[in-house]
Design a protein around this ligand. Sequence first.
Ligand SMILES: [Zn+2]
Length: 201
Amino acid sequence: MAAPSALVLKCESCGKEVPHRVLRGRLAGRGEFVFEGVVKCTACGSVRNVVTREVKPIDVPLILSWMDKSTRKTIEMGPDEVITVGSDLTLEEGRARITAIESKARRVQEAKASDVTAIWAKRSDKVWVPFSVNRGNRTVSRKVLAAPDEEFYVKDIVDIGRERVLVNRIRTRQRTLQTGSAMADEIVRVYGTLVRERTSH
Ligand SMILES: [Zn+2]
């Protein structure tokens, strides 16, 4: 392991928490990173010996689902980090909401990362909004990918592929709206009428 070229530390001389240049040193340790060496404060220039310990992150197994697919991956976390069902994770793919946690072969609501055997999460940055589109002689199902907080309005026109759809009513988990709007993640189904087929460009 190579020693870092700088470390953010609190200076014993000037009291500032600033980067300290590493003059010499080495890294060691198994469960944690231990740095022993000589550092120089970038604020006041004082030089001193330090030993710092930093807990190594661990890889926690993660089953990430999005739309109809699940993928297995890992997420790096501090071993003492507390994970809670319903909270959000920030991943490369976007945000994901934790839906389940397994710790010591049990489903739990909350656990320390080091005790977790698996996390299940669902991507929460996009949701599918189901549509029923009346095409005159028949009704077809469509879906639109939207941000969870994207608003859909009754009487608005939504483009779905090459179809233009006039929204007639919106069913949410609580009620059916004949006017007004609802956010994508509370919509159960949007009912609309085909206005016209768009010609492709
Ligand atoms: Zn200093």
